[in-house]
Each structure stands twice: as C-alpha cells, then as structure tokens.
Design a protein around this ligand. Structure first.
Ligand SMILES: NC(=O)c1ccc[n+]([C@@H]2O[C@H](COP(=O)([O-])OP(=O)(O)OC[C@H]3O[C@@H](n4cnc5c(N)ncnc54)[C@H](O)[C@@H]3O)[C@@H](O)[C@H]2O)c1
Ligand SMILES: [Zn+2]
Length: 359
C-alpha cells in the first residue's frame, strides 16, 4: 500500500493506493465516524464489489445502507442526489454518518455532491473503481451533478475523509475505460512530471497488463501530483489550471460531438496533441515533443487526431468560447514548453487554433 497525504489543514486526508476493499472497515473505523454508512454505487460495480465492501463495514461495526443508482453519466443528476437524500433521511442519518462512493467518477461526483449538501455536509469516503477516478476525480474535492443543459453545472468543493483505491478493481474494467484514465495519467506526465512521462514510455506494456507494482507507482504518483496542486490551489484560481492541459480543445470536441463520439480521455488525448502543435507553431516547444506524445498515446490505445468527422470551424469555435476556462473573452490554453513543464497562455491567435483543428 502507498499512502499519499493531501495537506489541507483541518480538512487534510489520506489517499490509500493498493488496498483491498475487503479491509475498508478497519480503515474507516480509524476516522472516528458515526455508526451509519450509506454506500452509493451502480448495479454493475455493486455486483462486483459490494460482496467485498459490505461485510467489511459490518464486521467493523457499521450499520450499512445502500443507494443503487442506474449506470451512466445521465444519472449524475439532481434526481439521483434526491434519491440519496431520501435514503439518508429515512434511515436517520446525522452529521457524523458517512457516504461511501463505490464506483467511477460518475458515482464519485454524485455521491460526493450528496455528502456535501445533505445536512450541510456529512462524511465522505471515496472508493474509486475506474482508473480515471483513481487518478483524477476522487482526488481534489470537486463534486457535482449535471443539469439537463450543462455538465457539472451544480456542485461544490468538498473534501473526502479518505480515498481508498483498490487496484484489483481495475481487472474488471473494460479496456476502453482503462485507456480513458490513461489519458489523464499521460497528462500529469506532460504537465508536471518528466520522470513520470519517461517511466510510462518504458513501462506502458506493464501498465496495460495491470502489473500491480507498476500501477501502484503510477497511480500514487498521479495522486501525489494532483494532491500537491490542489493543496496549493484548492479552488482552481491559478496553478490548478495546469491540470487542464489538453482539456480546452478536448472539451470543445466532446461538446461538438454531443458527448457521444469520444470518451473524455479520448477527446483529451486529441486535445493534448492539438495543444502541443499550437505550442510548436508558437515556437514555445520543440517538435520532438509531438512525436513522443503521439507514440505514447498510440501505445496507450488512445486517438491522436480527429477521424471520421468533418469539423466546422465556426461551431468548434463556439464550443471553445463556451468553455469555463474562457476568461474575458480569451481562450485559455495550457501549452507545454517541454515534457513536464506547461504554461498558461491566453493569447493564442485564432488563426493558429483554426490551423490545428480545421486546416
Ligand atoms: N470531480 C472531478 O474532479 C472530476 C475529474 C474528472 C472527471 N470527473 C467526472 O467523472 C465522470 C467520469 O468518470 P469515469 O470515467 O470513471 O466514468 P464512470 O463512472 O461512468 O465509469 C465508467 C464505466 O465503468 C463502469 N465501471 C466502473 N468501475 C468498474 C469496474 N471496476 N469494473 C467494471 N466496470 C466498472 C461504470 O459502471 C461505467 O459503466 C464524469 O462525470 C466526469 O465529469 C470528475
Ligand atoms: Zn479530464
């Protein structure tokens, strides 16, 4: 097991990487919580992992309740949050009680949002079961739900008491979902850590084979990076923006294709290549960076260019300008200067962007 500490004064917490879900009860007992726990999960993840989680919590003396939410991004909604509140109310949850989010980022964001808002905040434990959730969404405290017309439009910054990542859960994760998380892993390498990037270049096959030692190293390093960045900039005023490398173009691409053609990580992969190309054309980065990034993404089974659709530049631009990261009308890009070092640039000429996406 590797322990990563997130240092946020009285809201500090630990991320445990490489633990066993069937021992979560012991670790939660140490948190000095009340006696009641609500597990929030979906039918798919629940079928695999409730048999491990539930007995462990019960053996440790917790009264265990469950809310099962249907699988899918569209259930990351206020209605689903209402279901969780109703279960908590019915079972007399109080502010010492806890919610355990067992699942990927959808369950983590939703259950986290319910925990942040029920009685103005009850304890939250994240038990992430996708690679994306283990390296990204379960760390950092952003929780929320979607509105019919906008993703993540209602939410809060709310830190968990514990993040508990069992790497064995990745064994049942479909390959496409694993690749989705790898895009964020590669993002950490380019935006913050050249050693992580080289390590991935050398060990990508072991990562794909789910070699436990390699995975533990990679996932805990990503958590360390996110934890460090979040500790310095919890509310995303400045530094935290560097973790949005690849996301400016990525979000626009997801929006333009109605969140159907690309998984988030796939859009981010294409967005990272686009950002590198922009950096090269502005003479901020060397062209070798593009080759290294494309090779690693390809080995990680991620796309490196838009295929099979003809992009309309005016619509793409509209989506770019809608991004939350647009400040005072400028489109904000996180551009690499070298592997491991990025810079925020608000002054990329539109012609340069257009040339990347619709030459
Ligand atoms: N809060 C944040 O900082 C943050 C950061 C990034 C993404 N997100 C959010 O995360 C969500 C995406 O998360 P995701 O990619 O984990 O998707 P997800 O939660 O939808 O999970 C993907 C699929 O994998 C299944 N699954 C999960 N764990 C499994 C396992 N161990 N074995 C088999 N199947 C499993 C799920 O049932 C689902 O069908 C989005 O809503 C996004 O907005 C939040
Ligand atoms: Zn992302």
């Amino acid at each position: 097991m590797k322990i990563v500490k997130v240092d946020l004064k009285e809201r500090s917490y630990k991320i445990l990487v490489g633990v066993d879900l069937s021992e979560i009860g012991n670790h939660m007992r140490d948190l000095n919580l009340g006696g009641k726990v609500m597990i929030v999960t979906n039918p798919r993840v629940g079928r695999f992992y409730l048999p491990k989680l539930e007995p462990s919590l019960k053996t440790s003396g917790f009264s265990v309740f469950k809310t099962i939410i249907a699988d899918g991004e569209r259930y990351k909604s206020q209605e689903s949050a209402n279901k969780i509140y109703a279960q908590c109310l019915k079972n007399n949850f109080d502010r010492k009680s806890a919610i355990v989010a067992l699942g990927g980022g959808v369950i983590g964001d939703l259950a986290g949002f319910a925990a942040a808002t029920f009685m103005r905040g009850i304890n939250l434990v994240q038990a992430p079961t996708t690679l994306l959730a283990q390296v990204d969404s379960s760390v950092g405290g952003k929780v929320g739900v979607n509105l019919p017309d906008g993703k993540n439009m209602v939410g809060a910054f709310y830190q968990p008491r514990l993040v508990y990542a069992d790497l064995q859960t990745l064994r049942t994760l479909p390959a496409k979902e694993f690749a989705n998380g790898l895009a964020e892993v590669i993002k950490y390498g380019v935006s913050y850590d050249a050693c992580l990037f080289s390590y991935l270049e050398k060990n990508i096959e072991q990562v794909k084979k789910l070699d436990e030692t390699v995975l533990q190293k990679v996932i805990s390093r990503c958590c360390e990076i996110k934890a460090k960045v979040v500790a310095l900039d919890e509310r995303e005023k400045n530094l935290r923006a560097i973790l949005n490398f690849g996301h400016t173009l990525g979000h626009a691409l997801e929006g333009l294709t109605h969140y159907k053609k690309y998984k988030h990580g796939e859009a981010v992969a294409i967005g990272m290549v686009g950002a590198v190309k922009i950096a090269i054309s502005l003479q901020l980065a060397d062209s070798s960076l593009e080759a290294r990034l494309k090779e690693l993404l390809t080995k990680a089974c991620l796309p490196i260019r838009i295929k099979g659709i003809k992009l309309s530049w005016p619509s793409f631009l509209r989506f770019l300008q809608h991004d939350k990261k647009v400040l005072a009308g400028n489109i904000r890009f996180v551009l690499p200067l070298a592997v491991g070092k990025v810079k925020i640039v608000d002054t990329v000429p539109l012609a340069v962007i257009k040339n990347m996406v619709a030459p």
